[in-house]
Design a protein around this ligand. Structure first.
Ligand code: SF4
Length: 356
């Protein structure tokens, strides 16, 4: 468990703060309108920190504009050039991600001095592609230990300059290596928040499952303060997946929880198509509530007895249930109307409970 936190703009990461959800822009700053649109979509989805590649100082005007146009804090991603990191801070970025090991010491010192003055947070870290032969040899070929060593070397460079507004990260394409490296880091350096994720997790279902497995294994051990589910797709999906992981582990409420049964020979409805059909009507469901769509009225309400709003197939169409109790019937076409009524009822219930 992390013992200290850092603050990026108003976003607290680490000790006692909720686990944060990050993503990275997939458009170049040179296509400003597309970048802004992607940022706004991420904000709407609940993204709390956005990383943005800043590969060239010619893009400083766009970076500066983006910092003023959006509310989510931006973390500029710099590879080698310390001058670019300074330009990013000049453009208003409250956080930067750098590899201090790649930078000449005098330039790194200047960068750290500016970051200290402006309370900028620096994320450092390594991934499996960036560890070198010496680090691997020193770690006797153990890639998780080599990752830790790479992070430690970067950390020492910042600590020598008395800088401690740091987030650490160690990522590998291997779930097992990533989990082990982060476990070591969290035990050795509880003072620094950890950014977690699986790098280059892969496309589609593979990427989702690999990311979720690795991230959940770490979170379940209390490791990780901020996460990114790296997917080869729309970054909004990364945010949705991140919240889904946190909801599944009961670590954070964000939006409602939609559950459905896998169906079996008892099903009376096409559960998958009904789920898709009702999704647009669920946008007003309050945070933390569970909505269930189940295949049959015999087992559905019981199997989903924790659902606040439930629908299960029945001979006459659907039964409506809440907390395991059937409270009425409806046709498939009447589901949106029922959802609106139940949401209203549950909101009133919540409000009166809050007043008591
Ligand atoms: S709710 Fe009914 S249809 Fe769905 S899995 Fe259970 S028994 Fe089968």
């Amino acid at each position: 468990m992390t013992e200290r936190n850092v603050t990026i703009k108003k976003l607290v990461i680490g000790h006692k703060a909720p686990i944060r959800i990050e993503s990275m822009l997939k458009e170049s700053l040179s296509s400003y309108d597309r970048v802004l649109e992607q940022c706004q979509a991420l904000q709407k989805a609940g993204c709390e920190l956005v990383r943005v590649a800043f590969p060239h100082k010619d893009l400083k005007t766009e970076l500066s504009r983006l910092n003023s146009d959006i509310d989510i804090p931006l973390m500029a991603d710099i590879h080698f050039d310390p001058d670019l990191a300074i330009e990013a801070m000049d453009a208003g970025c409250p956080a930067i991600r750098i590899n201090p090991g790649n930078m000449p010491l005098h330039k790194l010192q200047k960068l750290i001095h500016i970051a200290s003055e402006r309370s900028v947070v620096i994320r450092i870290g390594a991934n499996s592609g960036s560890i070198n032969g010496r680090q691997l040899a020193q770690s006797h070929g153990d890639k998780a230990c080599a990752l830790v060593l790479a992070v430690e070397e970067q950390l020492q460079l910042l600590l020598k300059e008395n800088f401690n507004r740091i987030i650490l990260s160690a990522k590998s394409t291997s779930v097992k290596e990533t989990v082990r490296a982060n476990k070591i880091l969290s035990e050795r350096y509880p003072d620094f928040p950890l950014h977690i994720g699986i790098t280059e997790a892969g496309p589609g279902l593979t990427g989702l499952v690999r990311s979720a497995s690795g991230i959940a294994l770490m979170l379940a051990q209390g490791i990780g303060d901020t996460l990114r589910v790296s997917l080869t797709s729309d970054p909004v999906k990364e945010v949705e997946a991140g919240y889904e992981i946190l909801r599944s582990l009961e670590l954070r409420e964000h939006g409602f929880h939609l559950i459905s049964c896998p169906t079996c020979g008892r099903r009376r409805i096409d559960v998958a198509s009904i789920v898709e059909r009702i999704k647009p009507y669920l946008k007003d469901v309050p945070d933390g509530l569970t909505v269930a769509v189940m295949g049959c009225e015999v087992n559905g309400p019981r199997e989903a007895k924790n659902a606040d709003i439930g629908f299960a197939g029945s001979p006459a169409g659907m039964v409506v249930f809440t907390k395991g109790h059937i409270i009425g019937e409806c046709s498939i076409d009447e589901i949106p109307e029922k959802i609106a009524l139940l949401v209203d009822m549950l909101r009133k219930e919540r409000n009166s409970n809050n007043k008591e």
